[in-house]
Design a protein around this ligand. Structure first.
Ligand SMILES: [Mg+2]
Length: 222
């Protein structure tokens, strides 16, 4: 078999929540509680049914937001403002090791998230890593088409104006990486759960991404 020449990597796309900060911080848990509050108090779903409806939306629509938009035609801005009405600084602080690791990664860095821009800015601000990211591709940028819908990845690639092969994607959900791999990206699962057979690399924490990339970039040096 002939060795194919791999195009040089140009971008690294990071998911935000529970990828750049650990699940154990509890921020997503608090967001989940606010999602349930929204479903019960704003949409009128019975409290006893809400957790199951949320699980089902997550499974079948990718996010609770998408499920609520499809089934109840809710206003996404109202939802996103309500569920993210939390201060990430109550959950974690600055991360100098993450700052240093991002500084050493010689690729253009982008946030690719199902959350909204304000929440992303607050999380990046709390971690004190905002300057590393040249853009935030948030749920509004994706016109509310969320990961893992393959269209979300196509929109991101169109925006970045590169083929998938030039991108590395980092996410804590295996299901969000499968369409990325289908689009040609190299995939890294962080602190991941779920099936990872289709994933290129699995690392225990985001801090392992830097050392892995050093090896990977050496291998694919143009
Ligand atoms: Mg995540």
């Amino acid at each position: 078999m002939k060795n194919r020449v791999h195009p040089p990597f140009e971008y690294i796309l990071f998911d935000l929540d529970e990828t750049l900060y650990p699940r154990a911080s509890g921020l997503m848990g608090a967001i989940s509680e606010r999602i349930l509050l929204y479903m019960v108090h704003k949409v009128g779903i019975p409290a006893d049914d809400a957790p199951e409806v949320k699980r089902s939306y997550h499974q079948h629509h990718g996010t609770t937001l998408r499920g609520l938009m499809d089934e109840y035609h809710i206003d996404p801005l109202d939802y996103l403002t309500f569920v993210h009405d939390l201060n990430p600084r109550d959950f974690f602080g600055a991360s100098p090791p993450l700052d240093e690791m991002l500084h050493d990664i010689p690729l253009r860095k982008v946030i690719f998230t199902n959350a909204d821009r304000s929440h992303s800015e607050r999380v990046l601000g709390a971690l004190q890593i905002r300057p590393h990211f040249e853009q935030i591709i948030d749920i509004a940028t994706m016109k509310y088409i969320n990961k893992p819908d393959p269209l979300a990845y196509q929109q991101a690639l169109t925006l970045l104006n590169v083929p998938g092969e030039c991108c590395i994607m980092v996410d804590d959900l295996a299901r969000n990486l499968i369409p990325a791999k289908d689009a040609g990206m190299t995939t890294i699962l962080v602190e991941g759960t779920g099936p990872s057979l289709a994933i290129d690399y699995v690392v225990p924490t985001v801090f392992h991404v830097g050392p892995l990339l050093k090896k990977l970039l050496l291998k694919h040096r143009p």
